[in-house]
Design a protein around this ligand. Structure first.
Ligand SMILES: Cc1cc2nc3c(=O)[nH]c(=O)nc-3n(C[C@H](O)[C@H](O)[C@H](O)COP(=O)(O)OP(=O)(O)OC[C@H]3O[C@@H](n4cnc5c(N)ncnc54)[C@H](O)[C@@H]3O)c2cc1C
Length: 372
């Protein structure tokens, strides 16, 4: 493609991305906002809404093309959802991450119907990489074990929490080979398999409507068409920056709403709130720095340099910290009116802690930076 044609194509891609994020924002404000409390209370798992977001392209913009990928539209879309509901933003990350795994796999046997299904939202699901991600950085040991059999593998073990699941969903995770020490493979779990059990979790502080289950695999046969990568090590190095960067959308949207909450109470309470050490304009400044760094890194998720990886890990740490700080400040700005259960600031505070504890959690990120 010539440079003029390429720049025209890039301009068209930017317009398409803007339109996807706008449509996601409209669905978030019109359809998701009235459901946010029910989702937070665990009364609703919004599968219909997730499929509707798929219809407008929310899960497909970040698929690699010609060896490159651009995560900006996906992150922007997740942030639009996170402005309204942190739990749904987390499910959006789960779905986008599942798509990211399938679209980056070079297993020719992996069904293209399945990849298209997750990218369009016809098939829903998530990711069970917390345990492997902690294992890679010396925090845990692999919880799933597998061995080669004809036309696939047999896998056993249990993962304590996997989100955005249901009886016909899929998720990507990793097992350690029992028959080949040191080898690990990445695969998709089909939750409809009778040898897979989804066990509901005890109620959480937030995120109860996210379809989160403890998953048990009882000698599950995993056919070759569900293998994402026979050698999971190099595959994880390829997808790890995307895995982390997509989480930025959860924090960015949440911080935007915390700033909005502080501004909402400025009229009645500004005369005393101005004595608080952290003001909405401080978070506006912080947010624009975080957004600029996110968008710069999101254009190049296959960058293999050490400096790029350090920037990704540092950004993720700062977003977790900033989310908790913004929600804490919003709570102090609201005072007693924010202490009512009916006010959304208490939900934002609980959601902010999740951004800081979901893998890679604040403590893991600090360890990763210390080890670098
Ligand atoms: C609502 C929710 C949704 C999640 N969704 C996913 C998901 O979709 N995919 C995914 O891979 N991970 C998911 N996780 C896990 C998450 O990403 C983190 O791994 C988890 O929060 C713990 O991370 P940590 O680094 O703080 O580990 P730590 O909490 O420091 O340690 C975790 C270890 O402690 C043990 N442990 C934790 N709780 C208990 C307990 N009550 N009793 C005994 N032992 C315990 C576990 O065995 C685990 O190995 C989810 C967690 C939550 C709370």
């Amino acid at each position: 493609m010539g440079s003029l044609a390429l720049s025209r194509q890039l301009a068209v891609d930017d317009l398409v991305s803007a339109s996807i994020a706008e449509q996601v924002a409209t669905i978030a404000r019109k359809n998701l906002a009235p459901m946010a409390v029910a989702i937070d209370e665990g009364a609703v798992y919004p599968d219909e809404l997730l499929r509707r977001l798929g219809d407008v392209g929310a899960w497909s913009s970040h698929q690699p093309k010609n060896g490159a990928a651009d995560l900006r539209c996906a992150i922007q879309s997740i942030s639009e959802i996170a402005e309204v509901c942190g739990a749904t933003a987390f499910m959006a990350w789960c779905q986008n991450t599942l798509v990211w795994y399938a679209a980056n796999s070079d297993n020719p046997a992996l069904s293209s119907a399945l990849t298209d299904g997750v990218a369009t939202g016809k098939v829903l699901g998530g990711t069970g990489l917390s345990n492997p991600m902690k294992t890679f950085f010396g925090i845990e040991k692999f919880k799933l074990k597998g061995r080669k059999v004809e036309d696939g593998y047999v896998v056993r073990g249990a993962l304590p929490w996997v989100s955005n699941l249901g009886p016909d969903h899929f998720f990507g995770t990793i097992f350690e080979r029992e028959d080949a020490p040191g080898e690990i493979a990445m695969f998709l779990v089909d939750c409809s398999d009778p040898a897979v059990t989804l066990q509901p979790c005890k109620p959480f502080l937030a995120m109860d409507g996210t379809g989160t289950y403890a998953v048990q695999l009882r000698d599950v046969f995993v056919p070759d068409r569900l293998i994402l990568a026979e050698k999971a090590g190099p595959f994880v190095r390829k997808i790890r920056a995307g895995f982390i960067l997509l989480q930025a959308g959860m924090g960015i949207g949440l911080i935007r709403d915390c700033i909005a909450i502080m501004n909402e109470v400025d009229g009645p309470l500004g005369h005393v709130n101005r004595y608080l050490p952290q003001q909405p304009q401080d978070f506006n400044q912080l947010l624009s720095e975080l957004e600029a760094e996110t968008m710069a890194l999101a254009r190049d998720p296959f960058n293999t340099s050490d400096d790029y990886w350090r920037r990704v890990v540092t950004l993720r740490l700062h977003i977790g910290d900033a989310g908790v700080a913004a929600a804490h400040a919003a709570m102090l700005h609201c005072g007693a009116r924010g202490y009512l259960k009916s006010h959304r600031v208490q939900r934002r505070l609980r959601e902010a802690y999740f951004v800081a504890i979901v893998t890679p959690a604040t403590k893991q990120l600090r360890k990763m930076l210390a080890d670098m």
